[in-house]
Design a protein around this ligand. Structure first.
Ligand code: XBP
Ligand code: MG
Length: 240
């Protein structure tokens, strides 16, 4: 029987990337006097690399950015990315707390129904812990972080998605076997992480992940659905 749902955050609970993380990165770049601008299209490509600090380093290396460290050229890339990322986290929190990033359809309903049915709740995300808390408090309910027994986030494991580490950590903290749980994800890297942890996975895709390969998912839907806004089934079946 199903004992727990393990949720991804970015792209799954809310569309946080385009109007949240991306804008926050750009604001941090401006703070540091950098002329970098992550457009919607560029950010689509950059999303291949999970984790904000990792994404900044990937950008500098892959796009041959010469101007990094405008105000601190002497620091190495990893340290510089960490400084930039700290500023980005501040901007992201501001955006989230302004209420500009709503939950996706069906998320509130599913979490409430699971809670009422005694299904345990957990989170497994690449994002910073404090970003997850801000999003939950603002969109779900002020006390909603307490609804989740485990909030596995950010740097708590060394290897980010698509590595399974964050899911393995969540399972260990829940003290459950993968067959007792379902993961809910939106992206290819997230699906790989969950599948490698032997989790049955439901994909709720979005505009940034529509083209991803979701082979191996138990179910793929376009969103989680509300009574007046049913989801469209893309592949899989509910009794799988
Ligand atoms: C989410 C991410 C994150 C966010 C930024 O991936 O890739 O990196 O873009 O988060 P997933 P931080 O949904 O698969 O967990 O800047 O807080 O790292
Ligand atoms: Mg995601």
């Amino acid at each position: 029987a199903l004992k727990a749902l393990i949720f991804d955050v970015d792209g799954t609970l809310a569309d946080t990337e385009r109007d949240g993380h991306r804008i926050a990165f750009n604001r941090a770049f401006a703070d540091f006097g950098l002329d970098w601008n992550w457009s919607i299209d560029l950010y689509h490509d950059l999303l291949e690399v999970a984790g904000g600090k990792e994404r900044i380093q990937h950008y500098v290396k892959t796009y041959d950015v010469k101007t990094f460290g405008a105000k601190s050229p002497e620091t190495d890339l990893k340290a510089f990315a960490a400084q930039l990322h700290a500023a980005k986290t501040g901007h992201y929190q501001t955006l989230v707390k302004e209420g500009l990033i709503p939950l996706r359809p069906g998320v509130q309903r599913l979490i409430q129904e699971a809670k009422d049915a005694g299904v345990r709740l957990a989170i497994a995300t690449t994002s910073q812990f404090e970003n997850v808390i801000a999003l939950l408090e603002t969109t779900l309910a002020p006390d909603s972080p307490n609804w989740f027994e485990v909030i596995a986030a950010g740097d708590i494991v060394p290897q980010k998605k698509p590595a399974p580490d964050i899911y393995l950590y969540a399972l260990e903290q829940l003290n459950l076997e993968p067959e007792d749980c379902i993961a809910i994800e939106d992206s290819y890297p997230g699906l790989q992480a969950a599948l490698q942890a032997n989790l049955k996975t439901v994909i709720t895709m979005n505009d940034y992940t529509r083209q991803h390969d979701f082979s191996g998912a138990a179910l793929v839907v376009d969103q989680l659905g509300e009574p007046d806004q049913p989801c469209s089934l893309i592949s899989g079946s509910v009794d799988k």
